[in-house]
Design a protein around this ligand. Structure first.
Ligand code: FNR
Length: 187
């Protein structure tokens, strides 16, 4: 691991004004210089996973995404909630990173999950569904603090910072715990 911890954030919304992406940007701004959070690009351009395409020459977008995951010290999954689960775009990204069988780019990558919704439950259902995948992917997942961010549509001030002091504090605790978790897992 280099001097600073490289965290790849995989955001489960393609919406231009996505609250989930804004949340990750606000959280990244709270991180100490020793923790760099980069939002994965091109998640929406990953062809839908199809085993027939996973040959010796898979789609270039898959290859680039898998390589970016491999370079990361840790993975932050940030999910909105669609019908009490994660959006398909995020599930597709997870599936693409997980194959070919036995060569999953996710394997053993320390991870954490943050979920957000305008609703009060903070996308709890999506967060928990996503965690179920992490077990099979063999990704050691941060357990505490859990981050279910409700009322996300009213969370940001004009400059995009988290305006609610309680939520800001939770995000800071989350970042500290995640950095420690990554260090511990990666030795
Ligand atoms: C939603 N939304 C939603 N919200 C929620 O709290 N629980 C849910 O199960 C759902 N289901 C759902 C399904 C679909 C298809 C859409 C489009 C939306 C509302 C959702 O939280 C809201 O659109 C957020 O703004 C989506 O996150 P981003 O795009 O702002 O990051």
């Amino acid at each position: 691991m280099a001097n600073s911890i490289d965290v790849l954030a995989v955001v489960g919304s393609l919406r231009r004004e996505s609250y989930t992406r804004r949340l990750v940007q606000a959280v990244a701004a709270l991180a100490p210089p020793s923790l760099r959070i980069e939002i994965a690009s091109g998640v929406g351009e990953l062809p839908l996973y199809n085993q027939d395409l996973d040959t010796a020459a898979p789609p270039a977008a898959w290859v680039a995404f898998r390589e970016r995951i491999r370079r990361a010290d840790g993975i932050l999954f940030a999910t909105p909630e669609y019908n009490r689960s994660m959006p398909g775009v995020l599930k597709n990204a997870i599936d693409v990173g997980s194959r070919p069988y036995g060569k999953s780019a996710w394997a053993r990558k320390p991870t954490a999950v943050i979920s957000a919704s305008p609703g009060q439950m903070g996308a709890f259902g999506a967060n928990q569904h996503l965690r179920q995948c992490l077990v099979f992917l063999d990704m050691p997942a941060l357990q505490q603090p859990e981050a279910y961010i409700g009322g996300v549509d009213k969370l940001f001030d004009a400059s995009g910072q988290i305006s609610n002091p309680g939520t800001r504090q939770l995000c800071e605790k989350f970042l500290t715990a995640f950095a420690e978790w990554i260090k511990r897992q990666n030795g």
